[in-house]
Design a binder for this molecule. Structure first.
Ligand SMILES: [Fe+2]
Ligand SMILES: [Fe+2]
Length: 212
């Protein structure tokens, strides 16, 4: 059975030769089917290596987190990581525009992955457990977290009020994380049995793997 690549390239050459015939019989300049095959193969091999490297990175990153324990401990560790990035941002001055940009990118990625795990797993599970008000409140705060990221990107790293904006942003993330860690998550966890707890932990880990 031909591979998908083989059948795709043979389809391509038959299409080309028929259009070449219409154009007058000689091989057209577009008939590169045979010579392109090794190039295409090398490109696909490159993609495969890139994907394997990416999975390796994901396993390492997720392995580190999986060792962190239950879903609530994983999420709390991510809160600490995000707050540590904020502290690095607050230690910069307006001449360090490159560093500010890099830190904002890192923060955006960390918060994105974190919010995805909560929005796809923890908040829906909270709603199922009749905690919809908390889930909705927390999810709406995620919207304001994205708004801060948007505003910081819009104002640029050398804006005079950059630090002030980052300080306000940190305050929101810190109080949001506090509500999750001190109130919502412990209450939710208390009502779970061991099996439910392990299930939510595995779902958070799985979601985090794809987002890493
Ligand atoms: Fe959250
Ligand atoms: Fe969180």
């Amino acid at each position: 059975m031909p591979t998908r690549t083989q059948s795709r390239s043979s389809n391509r050459s038959s299409n080309r030769s028929s259009s070449g015939n219409r154009g007058g019989g000689s091989r057209s300049a577009f008939s590169w089917g045979e010579s392109a095959a090794p190039v295409l193969g090398a490109a696909l091999a490159g993609v495969a290596i890139g994907m394997a490297a990416n999975y390796g990175r994901k396993f390492i990153m997720q392995g580190m987190e999986a060792a962190a324990g239950d879903w609530d401990e994983i999420l709390a560790a991510e809160h600490d990581m995000a707050l540590a990035i904020f502290d690095k941002m607050l230690a910069t001055d307006e001449t360090q525009t490159f560093k500010r940009k890099m830190l904002l990118m890192k923060l955006t990625h960390a918060l994105d992955k974190h919010a995805h795990q909560e929005e796809m797993v923890v908040y829906p599970a909270l709603r199922e457990a009749n905690e919809a008000a908390d889930a909705d409140h927390l999810e709406s705060e995620h919207g304001y977290i994205k708004t801060f990221i948007f505003e910081l990107n819009e104002m640029g790293p050398d804006a005079s009020n950059w630090l002030e904006k980052v300080r306000e942003f940190r305050q929101l993330v810190s109080s949001h994380a506090h509500m999750e860690e001190e109130q919502v998550f412990p209450r939710f966890k208390q009502d779970m049995d061991e099996e439910q707890n392990a299930h939510i932990t595995s779902l958070v880990n799985r979601d985090g793997f794809w987002m890493a």
